[in-house]
Design a protein around this ligand. Structure first.
Ligand code: ADP
Length: 498
């Protein structure tokens, strides 16, 4: 469960990475230090081994044990052994004053120990088994180096070996003797252990610091996500007014917060719109239902004359008619919203559709004493002629309806930038600027009571807009209070569509 959290996963990856890097770094540092140490020891051993060969006069009687008497003669093995014993004695004395970590041993060619420093590891004092030369290998067993067989004319190569916590370097002399310098690695191993401990502690410290820093960073990075999730939860619980605090707008999460905020704002407005629409629809339907109920109750309360019954029935018919208009309009809107309204796609000349609508509506204009004029240029588009006619009829009837007595309505069609346009201008009362953004909303009427009294549903422009949008077109309005309004219905031209 815990590893489902992004913060924990980030922390786990971060920790894994840190541990790998620190382990790699620590091991490399340890290995480099170890190699350097061994190289230094080998250099020192070689230096001491070679130093023993320097021809220096023997410093008086050596205190070292010397097995067997020998007469020193220049350049003969016996003389060389004497010199080496003296050198070992000197080196031993110098070392004893310093670290005492080096020791020396010299074997005769028959494998017997000729000289050694004090102290010397015990296994070096054992007599060596005689026999043929056993080739050197790093796994050379403890004890004196083994050799045998024919003499070699020159000193052998310098060889090294590790035995327990000792590092030894030895060399066979031309006549079969063997000289060895060794070093006790105890203090170096302890120093390396201290280094390992230090590296481990430093690594653990860096790991802890890195994990704490990683946790802090991950928490900081996750905080906006937690805020987004908390806000989304509040919104899901029904409070659509909440917004995410998008302080760092330039970051990725800030941009996400902005997108979500605008989505929430649209959701809120859509919900508010929906709620208003439902309440408006019920309100609109309640009025005719109340009319029918009142009329029938009144008619049935006592016996009535035929004329009274007829009047009551006529009122009920009008109310029912109004309900039917309303429900049909609502159904049409719902189908247009859902994209279920089947639309024909035929070539339509907007000027011809406009002319037919104007002809149909002319009697209404005459009745309202409004002068209807047309300026119709051919404007071909593709769409459903019946639906386009519905929009034109609604715009022209509104222009007549909301006109002043003896006013004028001018209907014109034209093509512009590949689009076809129909404009309907009137000399009516105009629409107040604050109402302009809302007149395409469902049930919105500038003068609610008067418009409802006239039997208008307040859905005409909403349906017109939905039809225009279903044709990839638009309707725009400009209006001057007291002077008149102009509605422009715009559709893609036939060439633009094909
Ligand atoms: P209605 O059924 O009320 O006409 P519409 O959707 O067609 O519904 O119009 C919405 C409102 O827009 C109208 O009630 C009216 O207030 C305003 N309106 C529409 N056309 C005009 C116009 N030509 N002049 C003034 N007001 C208009």
């Amino acid at each position: 469960m815990i590893f489902r959290s992004i913060r924990w996963r980030l922390q786990a990856w971060h920790g894994l990475l840190l541990v790998s890097v620190l382990t790699g770094f620590g091991l490399t540092a340890y290995q480099v230090a170890h190699d350097n140490q061994m190289r230094r020891i080998d250099q020192e051993l070689e230096h001491r081994l070679m130093g023993l060969f320097r021809p220096e006069p023997p410093p008086g009687p050596p205190e070292l044990r010397r097995e067997g008497p020998g007469q020193a003669r220049p350049f003969d093995p016996e003389h060389m052994m004497t010199l080496l014993c003296a050198a070992i004695d000197r080196a031993n004395t110098a070392d004893a004053a310093q670290t005492n970590a080096f020791y020396y041993a010299l074997w005769e060619k028959d494998g017997s120990l000729a000289a050694h420093s004090v102290p010397v590891p015990q296994d070096l004092e054992r007599p060596s088994p005689s026999g043929p030369l056993i080739a050197y290998s790093p796994e050379t067993p403890p004890g004196p180096p083994l050799r045998g067989g024919p003499h070699e004319p020159r000193p052998g190569p310098i060889l090294t070996r590790n035995i327990g916590d000792r590092r030894e370097m030895f060399r066979f002399l031309p006549h079969g003797e063997c000289l060895l310098v060794g070093h006790l690695l105890g203090p170096d191993i302890a120093a390396m252990h201290r280094l390992a401990l230090w590296l481990g502690s430093a690594g653990a410290g860096v790991l802890l610091f890195g994990l704490a820093g990683g946790w802090w960073l991950a928490s900081r990075a996750i905080r906006p996500i937690e805020e987004i999730s908390a806000t989304a939860q509040k919104i899901a619980a029904g409070d659509l007014s909440h917004r995410i605090n998008a302080a760092d707008a330039d970051s990725e999460l800030g941009r996400l917060a902005q997108v979500l905020n605008s989505t929430f704002a649209r959701l809120e407005s859509a919900f508010a719109h929906q709620a208003r629409f439902t309440s408006d629809a019920s309100h609109e339907l309640r009025t005719p239902v109340s009319v029918i109920l009142t009329q029938t109750q009144t008619a049935l309360s006592r016996p009535r004359s035929d004329a009274e019954y007829r009047e009551a029935l006529e009122a009920c018919r009008r109310a029912a008619q109004r309900m039917r208009n309303l429900t049909e309009s609502l159904l049409e809107l719902a189908r247009l919203d859902a994209g279920q309204e089947p639309l024909r796609t035929e070539t339509v000349d907007l000027s011809r559709v406009a002319q037919e609508c104007v002809d149909l509506i002319q009697p209404l204009a005459a009745e309202r004493q409004v002068q209807l004029s047309c300026e119709l240029a051919p404007a071909k588009c593709v769409g459903d002629a019946e639906r386009i006619g519905q929009v034109v009829t609604n715009l022209v009837s509104n222009a007549i309806q909301f006109n002043r007595p003896a006013g004028q309505v001018r209907v014109a069609t034209r093509t512009e930038n590949g689009a076809v346009l129909l404009s309907v201008s009137d000399t009516g009362q105009g629409i107040p600027a604050e109402d302009l953004p809302h007149i395409f909303e469902r049930f919105y009427r500038v003068d609610q009571s008067r418009s409802r009294a006239q039997g208008r549903t307040g859905l005409g422009l909403a349906i017109s807009k939905a039809i225009a949008e279903a044709h990839s077109g638009s309707i725009e309005v400009t209006s001057q209070l007291g002077t008149g309004s102009t509605f422009v219905f715009k559709l893609p031209g036939q060439t633009a569509v094909s």
